[in-house]
Design a protein around this ligand. Structure first.
Ligand SMILES: [Cu+2]
Length: 125
């Protein structure tokens, strides 16, 4: 390629990348969850997350980790059929009374991978 062609190609590539990653979009995030962050609950049957936007396909992962690392519950995160912003993981069996950390990751429209955690507690019966 001539220098001029290289320059034109570089400019086109830059414009393409700039258009693909708009800086004005808000970051992907969590708007609410069940159980709620910081709550104490009876053993839930599932953990459900409401995101602020529909994540990019295949980017959501959710893990539920017992505080002392005694148990890591990794299930497939299932996207709600009617609201694509909602994901849930089914918990098999009863969670023992303990503190749990929910770790999630996902990628929104702007292409940034967001990772966050929150905690909830399962009360003794
Ligand atoms: Cu972002």
């Amino acid at each position: 390629m001539t220098n001029l062609r290289v320059a034109a190609f570089s400019a086109a590539l830059f414009l393409t990348l700039a258009a693909a990653v708009p800086s004005t979009l808000p970051h992907f995030g969590l708007s609410k969850s069940m159980p709620e962050a910081g709550s104490t609950v009876a053993s839930p049957e599932e953990v459900r997350l409401w995101f602020t936007q529909v994540p990019q396909e295949g980017t959501v992962q959710i893990r539920v980790v017992e505080a002392d690392d005694a148990g890591v519950h990794v299930m497939d995160a299932v996207q709600d059929e009617t609201d694509g912003r909602v994901f849930s993981v089914v918990l098999h069996g009863t969670l023992p009374p303990a503190a749990y950390t929910v770790s999630w990751r996902g990628m929104g429209e702007d292409g940034h991978v967001i990772r966050e955690t929150f905690e909830f507690t399962v009360a003794a019966h």
